[in-house]
Design a protein around this ligand. Structure first.
Ligand code: FMN
Length: 264
């Protein structure tokens, strides 16, 4: 599937700065974000959706608690999130959905909101009704949005420990040989390294091929990998843009996810 992933130039710097600030929150204080913050998030969602080929992000300003189901019983349940964004597209649009969704998440972070991506523990049918699904679309994931509760709950502590939430693979593992890469490619790799991923599996590997930076797949893939790769594509692009390099993505197949060709 062709993807047209257009980074909004005017937002790239604030999204880049948001990358190290973002951590997942699973327990919120229930307080609704200021209307102007939600307005901006809605505007960002609409902009990203308009420039994507198939993926869409829809802001739901008042999230019914029933959307957050928990994994088993109430385990893994998101508490007190006042708002959410639904990340939508056809079945095969996961890469683009990941890219668009992470744009919304980073915009939320830049606006001072806390968030968590949720691909497992939500009611997809209910979320689909809230987001007015069109034919052939499904909700791939949602993000809970709001302000984190001051004290995290025992469920969240357990979940964070389980996925070793702060743990990131060394740069040498995800981008072997990075020390010899051009500055923009090293920035891109560092930005990918901090990206969120389902179960914190970090399924991305990077290599340089001629002038291009190529995102490839780790050997073992978790079921959220396609979304994770879309997230990685955005982070790589933001890292490169931070070093002053823009380019274009060519989506690959097999082990190759996508290649970033600078200056084109
Ligand atoms: C595509 C995707 C799906 C995710 N699904 C869930 C989920 O269903 N439940 C959950 O508690 N966390 C979920 N997460 C959050 C990850 O566990 C989290 O991003 C990862 O552990 C890294 O921690 P950090 O976000 O605090 O950096 C998901 C993240 C991504 C990117």
């Amino acid at each position: 599937m062709l993807t047209n992933m257009d980074l909004p130039d005017d937002l790239a710097a604030e999204w880049f700065d948001a990358i190290p600030q973002r951590i997942s929150s699973r327990r919120f204080d229930g307080v609704r974000p200021a209307p102007e913050v939600l307005d901006r998030l809605e505007w960002t969602s609409q902009r990203l959706s308009a420039s994507a080929d198939h993926a869409r992000a829809v802001l739901v300003r008042e999230a019914p608690p029933e959307v957050f189901t928990g994994l088993v019983g109430s385990y893994g349940k998101i508490e007190g999130a006042p708002a959410l964004a639904a990340f939508i597209g056809p079945e095969d649009a996961g890469l683009e959905v990941g890219y668009v969704g992470e744009g919304v998440v980073l915009q939320a972070t830049a606006a001072g909101l806390d968030s968590v991506w949720i691909a497992a523990a939500f009611d997809a049918q209910r979320a689909g009704r809230l987001a007015d699904l069109r034919d052939g679309e499904r909700v791939h994931a949602i993000a809970a949005l709001g302000h984190a509760a001051k004290r995290i709950g025992s469920g969240e502590r357990l979940m964070r420990a389980m996925v070793r939430a702060r743990h990131r693979l060394p740069l040498d593992t995800i981008a072997p040989g990075h020390a010899g890469w051009p500055e923009w490619a090293r920035e891109a790799a560092s930005a990918v390294r901090l990206a969120p991923s389902g179960g914190n599996r970090q399924p991305w590997r990077l290599r340089i091929d001629g002038d291009a930076l190529v995102i490839t797949k780790a050997e073992k893939l978790y079921w959220t990998a396609t979304l994770d790769f879309g997230i990685a594509v955005l982070h790589a692009e933001l890292g490169a843009a931070h070093a002053g390099v823009t380019g274009r993505w060519v989506v690959g197949d097999g082990a190759e996810v996508a290649r970033f060709v600078p200056g084109s």
